[in-house]
Design a protein around this ligand. Structure first.
Ligand code: DAT
Ligand code: MG
Length: 151
């Protein structure tokens, strides 16, 4: 098995629109498990750190303003190949390019309000999870996972 951890954010638009239940339900229905969850409002420094790969791009300041503008829900998710699996569920960055059935295709209209963040690699997941959580925040759900995953 290749159990991975990934960071999912229900961004402020998702929280404001009352979509955290819908989003977490989709993640759980896929069989992934939530191992930590935190409702919080990001400050600018943490937002810039989280999105550091985009620093200097034309949309960077708007992105930081948006992500710090209201509460978001940070979720640590664990599951078999959960990094790519969650990205698949979230869909392409532009909701119009996202696969039908994905969160962004089903629930979002624009790239700047695309509801959800998901880590894009193991290195990103490690880096990003450390921005939002401490090791002691994570609970073990291995028993739940291993019950339902087969090779
Ligand atoms: P993703 O969130 O799919 O990983 P990304 O890492 O390329 O996409 O970009 C991070 C976020 O930045 C994205 O969710 C929305 C915003 N963004 C990306 N490209 C953008 C653009 N061309 N115009 C406006 N916002 C953009
Ligand atoms: Mg990204």
């Amino acid at each position: 098995m290749a159990i991975e951890r990934t960071l999912i954010l229900c961004k402020p638009d998702a929280v404001s629109r009352g979509l955290v239940g819908e989003i977490t339900a989709r993640i759980e229905r896929r069989g992934y498990v939530i191992i930590a969850m935190k409702l919080m409002q990001l400050d600018g420094d943490r937002a810039r750190e989280h999105y550091s790969e985009h620093s200097g791009k034309p949309f960077f300041n708007d992105l930081v303003d948006f992500i710090t503008n209201g509460p978001l829900l940070a979720i640590a998710v664990e599951g078999e190949r959960a990094i790519d699996g969650c990205r698949q569920m979230i869909g392409a960055t532009d909701p119009l390019a996202a696969a039908p059935g994905s969160i962004r295709a089903d629930l979002a209209q624009t790239i700047g309000r695309n509801l959800v963040h998901g880590s894009d690699s193991a290195a990103s997941a490690d880096r990003e999870l450390a921005i939002f959580f401490e090791d002691k925040d994570f609970v073990s759900r291995r028993h739940d996972l291993e019950r339902w995953i087969t090779e």
